[in-house]
Design a binder for this molecule. Structure first.
Ligand SMILES: Cc1cc2nc3c(=O)[nH]c(=O)nc-3n(C[C@H](O)[C@H](O)[C@H](O)COP(=O)(O)O)c2cc1C
Length: 323
C-alpha cells in the first residue's frame, strides 16, 4: 500500500509504532521496522544521551530498515539534556524523529539541517496546524481514545481525523484506538495517510516488557481505562488498578488544591517496576481503550502482515461489494 506516509518515510506499510516509555526499546522498534512499519525508540527512556546513542546503535544492528526516535518535550523544573539527545540522534544517523508534548520549533533547524524528517504528535487540529506552520513534515493526530496523554479537548478520532483532513496539507497518521485492519481502513477513509499504534504494540512477542503487562492487556476491556491528572491539566489515560483508584480518590478529596507532589507515589518513576518487573500495581501506566480489541500476542510481523492482508480484503471485498 502506498500513501504519503509510506513515501515520506520510505517504509512498506503505513503503520507506525509510537514512542512508549520503557516499551520503545531497540527490540520493539527494530521488529516493527523489519516488518515493514516504522519502529520508534523512546528517547527519554534512555537516562542520558550516551545511552540513547547506544540504543540507536543496538537498533541499527537489528535492522537495516528506517526507524525513528521519539523526543517528548515535557514541562519540567529540571529539563532533560535535550541538546544532548538531539546530538545523539543526529550523530546516530537517525532520519526520522517523532516529537510530542511542547512545541518542537526550537529543535527543527538542527534536525532539518541533517535531513531528519519530523512527525509531531498532536491532540488537536490547532496544534497540528501549528506543527505544519513551523515546518514539521507530518503529524500524528492522537484522539481522545489514546493511551497516554490525550490533551484536554476530548475529541474522539471519528471527529478529530476528518477535521484534521479538512485543515492540514502535510500528511498525517491516525493515532489512538488503532488495533487492526478495520482501524487502518477507517483511518484512510477519514482522510489519514496511515496509522500509529501504541498499546497494541505492547502486546507483541518482541515488546521488551514483562509478561504480566501483556497479560493485563489481554484481560482488559475497553471499559478499564481511567483518566488521571485532569485537575492538573496533564490528563493521562491509564489502565485502572488500585494505585489509580488511590490517585483518583486524592483528586476527588483535594479538588482544585491538588498538586503534582500529592500523587508522586502513584506516578513518579513507576515504569521500571511495571514494565520490567511486572509489578502491575506499582502505579499508573498509560494504556488505551483499544485494550478491548487486543486478544492475542502475535509477533510484530504477524500483526502487521495480518493488518495489511485484512485491509486489502476489506477494501476489495466488503467495501467494494457494497457498491
Ligand atoms: C505505555 C505507554 C507509554 C507511552 N509513552 C509515550 C512517551 O513517552 N512519549 C510519547 O510521545 N507518547 C507516549 N505514548 C503514547 C503513544 O506513543 C501513542 O501516541 C498512543 O499509545 C496511541 O494510542 P493507543 O495506545 O490507543 O494506540 C505512550 C503510550 C503508552 C501506551
Amino acid at each position: 500500500m502506498k500513501t504519503r506516509i509510506t513515501e515520506l518515510f520510505a517504509i512498506e506499510h503505513p503503520i507506525i509504532q509510537g514512542g512508549m516509555h520503557f516499551v520503545g526499546l531497540a527490540e520493539l522498534a527494530s521488529a516493527v521496522s523489519n516488518a515493514g512499519g516504522l519502529g520508534i525508540i523512546t528517547g527519554l527512556t534512555q537516562r542520558t544521551p550516551e545511552l540513547l546513542a547506544k540504543e540507536i546503535a543496538r537498533c541499527r544492528d537489528m535492522t537495516d530498515k528506517p526507524f525513528g526516535v521519539n523526543l517528548t518535550f515535557l514541562p519540567s523544573v529540571k529539563p532533560p539534556d535535550y541538546p544532548g539527545y538531539v546530538r545523539a540522534i543526529i550523530e546516530g544517523g537517525v532520519k526520522i524523529v517523532e516529537t510530542a508534548g511542547n512545541n518542537p520549533q526550537k529543535w527543527l533547524p538542527a534536525l532539518r539541517e541533517h535531513g531528519i524528517k519530523v512527525i509531531h504528535k498532536c491532540t488537536s487540529v490547532r496544534h497540528a496546524l501549528k506543527a505544519e506552520s513551523i515546518g514539521c513534515d507530518a503529524a500524528s493526530v492522537d484522539g481522545f481514545e489514546c493511551g497516554g496523554h490525550p490533551g484536554e479537548d476530548d475529541i474522539p478520532n471519528m471527529i478529530l481525523l476528518p477535521r484534521a483532513a479538512e485543515e492540514l496539507k502535510i500528511p498525517f497518521v491516525a493515532s489512538g484506538g488503532m488495533a487492526d485492519a478495520r482501524s487502518l481502513v477507517a483511518s484512510l477513509a477519514l482522510g489519514a495517510d496511515g496509522m500509529n499504534m501504541g498499546t497494541r504494540f505492547i502486546a507483541t512477542k518482541e515488546a521488551p516488557v514483562h509478561e504480566n503487562v501483556k497479560q493485563a492487556l489481554l484481560a482488559a476491556t475497553e471499559l478499564d481505562t481511567r483518566l488521571i491528572m485532569r485537575p492538573l491539566r496533564n490528563t493521562e489515560r491509564v489502565l485502572q488498578n488500585p494505585a489509580v483508584d488511590r490517585l483518583l480518590m486524592k483528586e476527588r478529596e483535594l479538588g482544585g488544591n491538588i498538586k503534582f507532589e500529592d500523587i508522586l507515589p502513584e506516578v513518579a518513576g513507576v515504569y521500571p517496576a511495571i514494565m520490567q518487573r511486572g509489578e502491575m500495581e506499582a502505579g499508573a501506566w498509560s494504556c488505551g481503550m483499544v485494550a478491548g480489541l487486543i486478544h492475542d500476542i502475535p509477533s510484530c510481523k504477524e500483526l502487521i502482515d495480518r493488518i495489511m492482508v485484512e485491509a486489502k480484503e476489506l477494501i476489495r471485498g466488503r467495501l467494494a461489494r457494497l457498491l
